[in-house]
Design a protein around this ligand. Sequence first.
Ligand code: AMP
Ligand code: GLY
Length: 432
Amino acid sequence: MKILLIGSTARADCIAEAIIKSKTKPELYAIMPSMNPGVKQKAKELIAHSVTDFSFIINYAKKIKPDFAVLGPDDPIAMGLANELEKIGVPSFGPKKEVAKIESSKSFARELMKKHSIEGLPKFRVFSDSEGMKDFASSLEQIVIKPDGLTGGKGVKVQGDHFDSIEQGLSYADSLLAKGKVVIEEKLEGEEFSLQSFCDGKTVLDCIPVQDHKRAFEGDLGPNCGGMGSYSCENHLLPFLKEKDLKQAHKITEQVALALKKETGTEFKGILYGGFILTKKGVKLIEYNARFGDPEVMNVLPLMKSDFVEVCKAVIEGKLNEISLEFEQKASVCKYVVPEGYPLNAVKNQFIEFKETKAKHFFGAIDEKNGHYLMTGSRAMAFVGIGENLEKAEKISQNAVNQVKGKVFFRKDIGTRELIEKRVNHMKTLLW
Ligand code: AMP
Ligand code: GLY
């Protein structure tokens, strides 16, 4: 069997590992923006090329004739790579653009849930011009402003975090209108978690829940970024999350999958990843992504006992109802090592060195030149500790990042008892 991976970041290295460890022994071919050393080592061939150059990708796919493609990043998915590959007879683990709109259009996602009476929505309204904006924003205690389309996680602004007054928020919203619709919604207070679910359009099978850390600096300070690290627990819950909350999140995703089919006629085939928040009024949906999370994929695939390639095939063939997913009863802590200055002014073309340790490592924004690793300016390498509990997993991951050399930084606090207690206490104060 041949599989074509379209990837970027350490997410692709992690997916590549899950593919090649399959008992089906597939040959892996990959296209990524850079010569990722991890994927290069795992693949029969890695081509460094833009993942949004569809004519290049289609020509390559015609040449190698893969059994199916695995689509990693949001941009090619939103632009319809699955649709183009289907035209040449290559199915994808990754949704078509009609249903990937659940990620690429925030207004579509909110309106779909509202139309189908799916629970978990904050108060929201979609605006195409500024009429009525002020009245609606003033009716909410605190607001969040979201541009409709993909912004690489940098477009959403939250009152209290990114701006103070409603007027400042409205002026940001006004500035966005030139480019398209704007969603204004109620600010939700609580603890966020990521639930990545395999979906074949009808059946939804959840991975274990994960908590990401979006702020760049320790103590949850600094600018938002792609995510500095993440953890999952051996009991397949999170310290602030109960079984009933997880069931609620699952129900929302299941209903969204069915609503997508009803609304578009197209089945969602891939990962439907809900970014949820547990609030005092229960589980609410912050956003959907149509792909694995980065870093969250690194907390689930290394622990997945089920064969990833078999699961991808079941998704493509619409047979997810015939299988079940199994994960090891272990905790995981993933820490990203990023270049100094990340995310706003990251240094580029700087060397990075690391040692083999007990942690797994995945290569991200790294190029290999003459046997040296050079950081290309985004999250560089991820180190994943896996252990029987969080404390052990955290130690393994921290020990690995401590030994990295170069102009880099990382968050020591991810997965530590102090930070986890802070989150549990945050949730407790909200529930009082
Ligand atoms: P998104 O791109 O929609 O995931 O938003 C990025 C981040 O903004 C989320 O991870 C949340 O931390 C925050 N955010 C988005 N929507 C809300 C909301 N309604 N209430 C509070 N925080 C939000
Ligand atoms: N870690 C957040 C994301 O992948 O969107």
